[in-house]
Write a protein that binds this ligand. Structure first.
Ligand code: DX5
Ligand code: ZN
Length: 225
């Protein structure tokens, strides 16, 4: 199933509930929530109170992307706030297996994120635990950056490993995914598509989502045939 995970980083924060309603109408089935701490990435966003505020206003699963140095410290807070999925960066987790166990224990779906420079093979041992792998197609920290094509080989490599290992984790991609780049990421094997600046735009948000999904699903059906 190909899904749009709308990244609220690009939304109008003064009207967040309206923005969420619009992407939902446009067909988004996940809300991607970018948590940044000003240390792991050079930017700050939001924390558990925003997740808690989002929880009652949407049925969409909240997909929390932890761009923080110490995600272990926040697992409980985000679980209690209502996060459904938590993805942690491979680059900051010294005891990645333990962190994933904790995420599972707190009732969230576990995922690992790979920066552009981090090899896929660093995850082989934990792949059986994962709900999804998030492949960054920009260096994390900001919306609106240009898509890095090196992500395509990593997505394809993950899809091959999934097949070889008989697993069913999903493959998410994040950064610069837009109407002109989404077909190639779907063809490479991604099926959870994070998009922020390509979707949120005053007066056009719902239509942007509809058109984005149309392109993505067309690319997906070509792949199946
Ligand atoms: C970047 C974030 C992304 C960001 C994507 O560090 O992880 O989720 O919102 O934004 P766009 O879709 O504008 O590249
Ligand atoms: Zn993200």
């Amino acid at each position: 199933m190909i899904e749009l995970a709308a990244s609220i980083l690009a939304a109008d924060f003064a009207h967040l509930a309206d923005e969420v309603a619009l992407v939902e109408l446009g067909g988004a089935t996940l809300l991607h929530v970018d948590i940044m701490d000003g240390h792991f990435v050079p930017n700050i966003t939001f924390g558990p109170p925003v997740v808690k505020a989002l929880r009652p206003i949407t049925k969409l699963p909240l997909d929390c992307h932890m761009m923080v140095d110490n995600p272990d410290n926040f697992i409980q807070d985000f679980a209690e706030a209502g996060a459904d999925m938590m993805s942690v960066h491979q680059e900051v987790c010294r005891h990645l297996h333990r962190t994933l166990q904790q995420i599972i224990l707190h009732g969230m779906l576990p995922a690992v994120v790979l920066n552009p420079a981090t090899p896929v093979d660093t995850l082989i041992e934990v792949l059986p635990m994962l709900h999804h792998v998030l492949v960054m197609s920009v260096n994390p920290g900001f919306g609106g950056q240009k898509f890095l094509p090196l992500a395509l080989d990593k997505i394809a490599h993950l899809a091959e490993l999934r097949e070889e290992m008989g697993l069913n984790f999903r493959i998410e991609v994040d950064g610069g995914v837009a109407h002109d780049t989404v077909a190639q990421v779907v063809e490479a094997g991604a099926d959870m598509l994070v998009a922020g600046s390509a979707i949120f735009s005053p007066g056009k948000t719902e239509q942007n989502a509809v058109e984005f999904l149309k392109i993505a699903r067309a690319a997906g059906s070509v792949q199946v045939a």
